[in-house]
Design a protein around this ligand. Structure first.
Ligand SMILES: NC(=O)c1ccc[n+]([C@@H]2O[C@H](COP(=O)([O-])OP(=O)(O)OC[C@H]3O[C@@H](n4cnc5c(N)ncnc54)[C@H](OP(=O)(O)O)[C@@H]3O)[C@@H](O)[C@H]2O)c1
Ligand SMILES: N[C@@H](CCC(=O)O)C(=O)O
Length: 425
């Protein structure tokens, strides 16, 4: 068993579901949809809540809570990550599932939206315990997942290994090997090259486009990145490779700052869950809450929901916020940032790189030829740039924020699918 980490220092507000519903209501208003269609788009199509009994390595028994919410599958199988975090609740998973629907529709990936979660702090459990939790969770949600039904992928607290366990548990149950039941699995089991870095690369593609739109050269730009996991660490690294001066990064327990730019080659020396962020030569520790309000050109929240809220939105100094995380900006804060002229590149566009390459992985399973890492990166870049251009064009044409333009585009595609299929009640 791993050592218990120190208590997190960043406070979170609740209410991602309220934020997701508010964004949908705004889009429905702009699209002039009736109440019935609004209701259809707001309500998840299917939800499952499960209990997960776990015998711990020390012999004691715990019963954990798990969820899988399929918000929509009008455009294809449900799709979305599985989160292991102590903050997981049914409402959080509902919000995340809805955002997956809009993300897939916006980037024209032929999936609906889903999300799963287990209320657990993975840092406090051994790998064997996490394997048992994942396998039992998979067995419980087995009736509603499958390669053409709902396809999980990594999210907070889960990774390639978690996907391998899901694939194994699912395959053992059905009696044959089903790689396409998950994406984000190891390459040795049919995973795609470039999937681990896809979300971060996508974040950086749109971040560079947003900097250019605001007339800021990458080589003159500074950035701060909150969260140093699968999305945040890669974002910091790829921004630095593009010439951006990354002056601060943080994780759940600490943050470091260097006004001359963090020494990214030492990035891999970084150690998480130690109570401090380490491994950055010449960097000073700062309060992680301060990272969000640093005077930088670009802020990339890449950790959890609701970190930019009404209490700190007035103090954000960045010119551009690129949402690497899902739901990092509350609805109240969004309004404040809009009034202050801060450009917010919304999550459903900014962090779509992961699900785009998940789709490549899912499709490649049936192909004779598998794309090289360079081919994956090129295809990803082209879809992200296309997504950025179409959202920006619509925002300018209709005088909308980027979030409104993105949500309106996505919601109208999902509504069209419902109406064309004749699912409208
Ligand atoms: N993975 C994907 O493919 C993907 C794709 C699209 C969007 N996303 C979204 O991106 C975000 C991050 O996901 P991830 O996959 O990078 O997860 P991850 O690998 O588990 O990393 C999460 C990071 O956030 C930090 N963190 C957690 N709680 C925090 C808090 N309260 N304040 C500040 N930092 C905190 C963690 O710190 P510790 O290391 O100290 O725990 C860790 O550095 C989530 O919103 C996720 O939904 C992920
Ligand atoms: N969890 C990721 C990836 C989803 C996927 O690849 O299915 C997201 O929020 O977009």
């Amino acid at each position: 068993m791993t050592t218990a980490p120190a208590a997190p220092v960043i406070a979170r507000t609740n209410g991602p579901l309220d934020d997701a519903l508010k964004q949908l209501a705004d889009a429905v208003g702009l699209l002039n949809y009736d109440e019935g269609l609004h209701h259809l788009l707001a309500k998840p199509r299917r939800e499952m809540a499960v209990s997960i009994p776990l015998r711990r390595d020390n012999g004691t028994i715990e019963v954990l809570s798990g969820y899988r919410v399929q918000h929509n599958f009008s455009r294809g199988p449900a799709k979305g990550g599985l989160r292991f975090s102590p903050d997981v609740s049914l409402d959080e998973v509902r919000a995340l599932a809805m955002w997956m629907t809009w993300k897939c529709a916006l980037l024209d990936v032929p999936y609906g939206g889903a999300k799963g979660g287990v209320t657990i702090d993975p840092a406090r459990y051994s790998s064997n315990e996490l394997s048992r939790v994942t396998r039992r969770y998979t067995n419980e949600i087995l009736p509603i997942i499958g390669p053409d039904v709902d396809i999980p992928a990594p999210d907070i607290g889960t990774d390639e290994q978690t996907m391998a366990w899901i694939m194994d548990a699912y395959s053992a149950n059905v009696g044959y090997t089903v790689p396409a039941v998950v994406t984000g699995k190891p390459v040795s089991l049919g995973g795609s090259l470039g999937r681990p870095s896809a979300t971060s690369r996508g974040v950086v593609h749109v971040a560079l486009a947003a900097l250019s739109y605001r007339g800021i050269a990458a080589s003159d730009a500074t950035a701060a990145v909150q969260g140093f996991g699968k999305v945040g660490a890669g974002s910091a690294q790829f921004l630095a490779e593009a010439g951006v001066r990354v002056v601060a990064v943080s994780d759940q327990y600490g943050a470091v700052h260097n006004e001359f730019g963090l020494d990214m080659p030492s990035l891999h020396a970084y150690v998480s869950n130690t109570g401090t962020v380490s491994g950055f030569a010449g960097a000073d520790p700062i309060d992680p809450n301060e990272l969000l309000t640093l005077d930088v050109d670009l802020l990339v929240p890449a950790a959890v929901e609701s970190v930019i809220d009404a209490t700190n939105a007035h103090r954000i100094q960045a010119t551009i916020v690129v949402e690497g995380a899902n739901g990092p900006t509350t609805a109240d804060a969004d309004e404040i940032l809009r009034e202050r002229g801060i450009l917010v590149v919304p999550d459903i566009l900014a962090n779509a790189g992961g699900v785009i390459v998940s789709y490549f992985e899912w499709v490649q399973g049936n192909q004779a030829y598998w794309w090289t890492a360079d081919e994956v990166d090129q295809r990803l870049a082209s879809r992200m740039k296309q997504g950025w251009t179409s959202v920006l064009d619509m925002a300018i044409r209709r005088d909308l924020t980027l979030r409104e333009a993105a949500t309106v585009t996505a919601v109208s595609r999902v509504a069209d699918a419902h109406l064309t299929r004749g699912l409208y009640p």
